[in-house]
Design a protein around this ligand. Structure first.
Ligand code: SAH
Ligand code: SF4
Ligand code: F3S
Length: 458
């Protein structure tokens, strides 16, 4: 056997990401894991030696998309003479396992969200046509331990996973089955990752978790305390040099503790934005969903958060047409929206997921009724979103510049409230926080003019 020491040409890697921010984070980590093997990202799947489809199982449509994408990849694989390897990662991989290979034999590898650190080993096995093509074990801590400790930053903002999995078992949701039990990463690992991003120019960190505010990470003895809450973690990260802004998502009303609420008042780096899904405004439906709180409990949390941070932008998620939802239940949701006032919200028609308790419930709502309710809810939410954006007109906001605009002399960035902001400005501002006076607002963005390059904090 001869061993060649000359550098091999890079192998093309294409990752398609569906689903939530955790999948976005995971895709970045998959890229990091494959880098030492000589894989470099390419722009399109036809130039790739390895295609990873990182999938989402949350609604039926999301899962269907995966199969249609795999059909297209099969044709590309055939055109490549079989050279291309197709790996399916993420939540559909976890849920469907071997069924994926049965339904689409062009798939070479299937790996769940807790197994992607094993990808190099799986690729090696596949190339020798031996062993398992499936990894769907739940070993989250092992995954985090096995991942490269440093990360390549991609611009001034970054996601950092701090918590994974879910023990809440909302009756409509597949996540507890696809992501496994709730676990938190160790504080020192998180801080090391944040530091490595900060030295590369990252200014804004979004801490991620399926239930991020259930975070309870082991802190090293040197930091004083055994197990930290999310509030403590945010305060600590705000002291990392270079980190100006912290966000977290997605949180659960049941885990919105006093300390985290207080952090919104006492930690300026914690941005005034809270994504707190409520799903429904009807107590009857909240109970059937197993959310573990009432609509008034949600109102009370929002009131307390607003007391700590009066300008906070509140975001949420809604499901319409949950089994048994009546017109009166839906009206309670509309009332909760009117009472709360959301800066932005995501709303979905209930999608029945195999294996979840809600799928077995009586009173499934006809599609046409779901459509009507979704339209009414989205019209109200759009109104609130436009009003929230319009309320910024005339204010000067600190904007973290995230890149250049379409035309020379234009730039864009993010307001503290996570709004996209467009303004005229020089090319070299990316990564700086600048003052922008807001002149106009639309449903999805703000436009303004640069008033100072002074670094401002809000
Ligand atoms: N962990 C987060 C949500 C994760 S899923 C939380 O507890 O809020 C993101 C959103 O998808 C949910 O908030 C919910 O609004 C929606 N969703 C989840 N399962 C769904 C289903 N079966 N049908 C429709 N929407 C669903
Ligand atoms: Fe799904 Fe509920 Fe867990 Fe959120 S809290 S991931 S909606 S089970
Ligand atoms: Fe989808 Fe899995 Fe995220 S089901 S929403 S990718 S946790």
């Amino acid at each position: 056997m001869t061993v060649t020491l000359s550098a091999k040409p890079p192998k093309g890697l294409f990752i398609r990401t569906y689903g939530c921010q955790m999948n976005v984070y995971d895709s970045e980590r998959i890229r990091d894991v494959l880098k030492p093997l000589g894989y470099a990202p390419v722009e399109s799947p036809d130039a790739a030696d390895l295609v990873v489809v990182n999938t989402c199982h949350i609604r039926e449509k999301a899962t269907e998309k995966v199969y249609s994408e795999l059909g297209q990849l099969k044709r590309l694989k055939e055109a490549s003479g079989g050279r291309m390897t197709i790996a399916v990662a993420g939540c559909v991989a976890q849920a469907e396992g071997e069924e994926l290979i049965r339904r689409q034999p062009a798939v070479d590898l299937v790996l769940g969200p807790q197994a992607y650190h094993k990808l190099p080993e799986m690729i090696a096995r596949a190339s020798r046509a031996i062993g398992d093509r499936l990894e769907t074990e739940f070993d989250t801590i092992e995954k985090f331990d096995a991942l490269p400790k440093t990360r390549e930053a991609d611009g001034p903002t970054a996601f950092v996973s701090v918590q994974e999995g879910c023990d809440k078992f909302c009756t409509f949701c597949v996540v507890p089955y696809t992501r496994g039990a709730e676990i938190s990463r160790r504080v020192d690992d998180i801080v090391a990752e944040v530091r490595s991003l900060a030295v590369q120019g990252v200014r804004e960190i979004t801490l991620l978790g399926q239930n991020v505010n259930a975070f309870h990470g082991a802190a090293p003895a040197i930091e004083g305390q055994g197990v930290w809450s999310l509030g403590q973690l945010c305060r600590h990260i705000s002291k990392v040099g270079g980190i100006e802004r912290i966000r977290y998502t997605t949180s659960h009303p049941r885990d919105m503790d006093d300390d985290l609420i207080a952090a919104h008042g006492d930690t300026p780096a914690l941005m005034p934005f809270l994504h707190l899904p409520v799903q429904s405004g009807s107590d009857r439906i909240l109970k059937a969903m197993n959310r573990g709180h009432t609509a008034d409990a949600y109102r009370d949390i929002i009131a307390r958060v607003r007391k700590a941070r009066p300008d906070i932008a509140v975001a949420s998620d809604f499901i319409v047409g949950f089994p048994g939802e009546t017109d009166a239940d839906f009206e309670a949701t509309m009332q909760l929206v009117r009472d709360t006032g959301f800066a932005i919200a995501y709303s979905f028609k209930y999608s029945s997921r195999p294996g979840t308790p809600a799928a077995e419930m009586h009173g499934h709502v006809p599609e046409a009724v779901k459509d009507q309710r979704l339209q009414a809810l989205q019209a109200l939410l759009r109104e609130q979103q436009s009003a929230f954006n319009a309320a910024q007109i005339g204010r000067t906001l600190p904007v973290l510049v995230t890149g250049k605009g379409r035309n020379p002399g234009q730039a864009h960035g993010r307001s503290p409230y996570l709004q996209a902001v467009h303004f005229d400005g020089p090319d070299h501002l990316t990564g700086q926080i600048v003052d922008v006076k807001i002149r106009a607002a639309s449903l999805n963005s703000l436009t303004g003019e640069l008033v100072s390059l002074r670094e401002a904090a809000l």
